[in-house]
Design a protein around this ligand. Structure first.
Ligand code: AMP
Ligand code: GLY
Length: 413
């Protein structure tokens, strides 16, 4: 099977790593990729938002499957262009990807499907926003309606800050605050059958102890030893399957990866958000535990035959990933610095997945984005996986680089 992956972050590196280990994959390509992906796949330049260009590349490569990684090309309809070219694609249509592209659309789908989520108002004026803030009270939750790479959400006790964020966006969703731990649960679906993966937890805040601004995610781990028994089945029945069914009944079937961001509140499980693609950095730990070869699963989702698959097989152990971000992330990341020590990580029992990296003129690896890379390790349990991941992190040096030191710490204790 010849597979083309679209994207160039750590999620795509994790996908390419798994696909490169799948004996069914005879050729692996990635566009645009990054410096790390180039070690496991043939990389090609492409404008990943240009559906016609992606479809033409897939045709030229004779791809049997295209996997669209990030949300921006999905929302731009890149999957539609590839599908229209007659090539199986893992990733929802542009319309179905609105589940992530518009928070207001997601709320509407959840209402139609009876899926539990925070009560919310969609606001377009300052007066509406002020009224909604006061209706719920502090802590305030204000979300930019459109795509914002995980940075469009402000959660604050400061009413003025909440209102200022609302005013700075065209349209916002203001909602009730959900207390309780967060869980990310991914499911692979062909629009009918839903196959949940294993739960993971992401660390959204930039600093230790969940302080600092929201980011795209600073680390993750799986499994969640503290999660209630039966959680996956409950979320399948109350969230994932009803959402997939609702989208199909609306005439916008969703195939690809459905990501449920959940809060386990004192009043039950609630959806915080949906994404229409694999989460980053959770994918790094979920795929680290997947034993079933990946390509056949993604192809079955693309071709609508998930119901014929054997149950997925998982490693009983644990996986931890720690993100190294550049100085100034998330507000103003600095780029262009050399990254040293990459070759020393594997000797520590961990591996590097590149996110924002680029090859320098002398073949050195340079930082090229906010989240630069993530160091991932598997172990018999969380304590071991954590130990190995942090040993790997310690080998890497990047000027001004920052990482959290408490990823999976509480769960491992
Ligand atoms: P989102 O982009 O919707 O995932 O939001 C980013 C982060 O903001 C989430 O992972 C939560 O940590 C936080 N957040 C979002 N919505 C709420 C909410 N209703 N209550 C509490 N925290 C929230
Ligand atoms: N880990 C958060 C996200 O992928 O949106």
């Amino acid at each position: 099977m010849k597979v083309l992956v679209i994207g160039g972050g750590a999620r795509e590196h994790a996908l390419c790593r798994s696909l490169s280990q799948d004996p069914a994959v005879t050729e692996l390509h990635c566009a645009p990729g990054n410096a790390g992906i180039a070690q496991v796949a043939t990389v090609h330049p492409v404008d990943q938002l240009d559906g016609a260009a992606v479809a033409a590349l897939a045709r030229r490569l004779g791809s049997d499957l295209v996997v669209v990684g990030p949300e921006a090309p999905l929302v731009a309809g890149v999957s539609d262009a590839v599908r229209a070219a007659g090539i199986p694609v893992f990733g929802p249509s542009g319309e179905a990807a609105q589940l992530e592209g518009s928070k207001a659309f997601a709320k509407d789908v959840m209402a139609g499907a009876g899926v539990p989520t925070a009560r919310s108002y969609v606001c377009t004026t300052e007066a509406e926003a002020a009224e909604a803030l006061d209706a719920f009270g502090a802590p305030y939750v204000v979300k930019d309606d459109g795509l914002a790479a995980g940075k469009g959400v402000v959660v604050t006790a400061d009413r003025a800050e909440a209102l200022a964020h609302a005013v700075s966006c065209d349209r916002v969703v203001i909602e009730e605050y959900l207390d309780g731990p967060e869980v990310s649960l991914f499911a692979i679906t062909d629009g009918v059958t839903v196959l949940p993966l294993v739960p993971a937890q992401d660390f959204k805040r930039a600093l230790d102890g969940d302080q600092g601004p929201n980011t795209g995610g600073m680390g993750a781990y799986s499994p969640l030893p503290w999660a209630p028994e039966g959680l996956v089945q409950e979320v399948l029945e109350t969230v994932l399957q009803p959402t997939v069914d609702e989208l199909r009944h609306r005439g916008t079937p969703f195939s690809g990866l459905l990501y449920a961001g959940l809060a386990l509140t004192s009043r039950g499980t609630r959806v915080i958000e949906f994404n229409a693609r694999f989460g980053d950095p959770e994918t790094q730990v979920v795929l680290a535990r997947l034993r079933t070869p990946l390509a056949g699963v993604l192809l079955a989702a693309a071709e609508g035959t998930l119901d014929t698959l054997e149950p997925l097989r998982w490693d009983e152990g644990a996986a931890v990933t720690v993100v190294i971000a550049s100085e100034g992330y998330p507000a103003a990341p600095r780029t262009g610095d050399p990254i040293d020590g990459l070759d020393a990580v594997e000797a520590e029992g961990a591996y590097v997945l590149h996110a924002g990296t680029a090859a320098g003129p002398a073949g050195e690896v340079l930082s090229a984005g906010g989240r630069v890379l993530s160091v991932t390790a598997a172990g018999a349990d969380l304590a071991e996986a954590r130990e190995l991941a942090y040993r790997g992190v310690a080998r890497i040096s990047l000027k001004g680089g920052q990482h959290r030191t408490d990823i999976a710490l509480k769960a491992a204790q």
